[in-house]
Design a protein around this ligand. Sequence first.
Ligand code: PMP
Length: 412
Amino acid sequence: MPVTAQIAFDVEKVRKEFPLLQTSMNGKPIAFLDSAASSQKPHQVIDAITTYYREKNANVHRGVYQLSQEATTAFENARERARSFINAPASKEVIFVRGCTEGINLVASTFGKRFLKEGNEVLVSGMEHHSNIVPWQMACEDRGARLRVIPVNDRGELIMEEFERLLTDKVKIVAVTHVSNTLGTINPVAEIIAKAHEKGIPVLVDGAQAIPHMKVDVQELDADFYTFSGHKMFGPTGIGVLYGKEKWLNEMPPYQGGGEMIETVTFEKTTYNELPHKFEAGTPDIAGAVGLEAAIEYIQSIGYEAIHRHEAELLAYGAHQLQQIEGIRFIGTAREKASVISFLVEGIHPYDLGTILDKLGIAVRTGHHCTQPLMERFCIPGTVRASLAFYNNKNDIDRLVEGVRRAVAMLK
Ligand code: PMP
């Protein structure tokens, strides 16, 4: 192996850059294992936001004065950085949204209005987050269309034969998650997109859980829409990206009306601004965009290769250590998996387990993880989910394993 192939990754050095990882919870140093819900932020992101408010704050696209122009430049630079991050062809195809949820709602609502008719179908999967189910359900209800679901096998993988069977001419759009927040499954989205495109059907990919872990190239995937949230990728809350191919975005009506999204307004008629502003009504989250840019820079400074290597090692270690605990059952054992470990211990409610772990300073998520239909598929009330980021270390895993052992001893 060439010497350059292994980029040095020092997890302890990285951890020092995250102020919150230095704190404690219930009097114990925090073991933060809930990054799939929201990740922690490095000081580079926090500083970028503070600097923006201290030195550049003004509204964008409106002022002739220097400060406003600087804010506009900062905002548009962030868009350009987001574009190159996902290799979108043009920055006008990069729309700033509040997060993944808003990105999906935008597409479901406006694509739905333009393209969905009575008798049409929308195809989602059985492992979707509620935010990639409910907006489509609402659009279907509105348009008289029907929601169909690609089923999931016992390992927590999509059943691709069923996908192909469901991919009929009635389907007007496919909406699938790249990585499952509950199971960690990495879905074969490139294959899904290629199969859908053979029939001229566009695909929206929910990238909320992929972007913190893997390089995403929307052109290589040939995704029609790809959306993700800043807060799950070490950036701020309240900002996210919706990438959409220009040909679709041009056809879709605006999502919200207001300032920014117009070209001319009279009481008789309004004409709309060009992309991406057509979909960005009102004052955007400028500081959020600046923070997102800092998060992108931060990820790139570490590199997805190093992130993947470290997380894969932790995932394998965690799964192996937890496996030793009697009565443990893993939910989600896909062959292609990101660093999420969902599990149950026989006879113990996930909530009780999570509560004891909290007292030990270990932050995990318990419950249905906004995937109730998936819980129903596995006939379970919920799981305990430990989700890892590159800033986790073996000590976090050891504490989780020890914590689960102690909880089991107390609860059984
Ligand atoms: N999709 C997936 C797979 C998610 O995990 C989440 C967040 N848990 C969302 C969508 C929604 O993201 P947000 O709440 O940031 O809009």
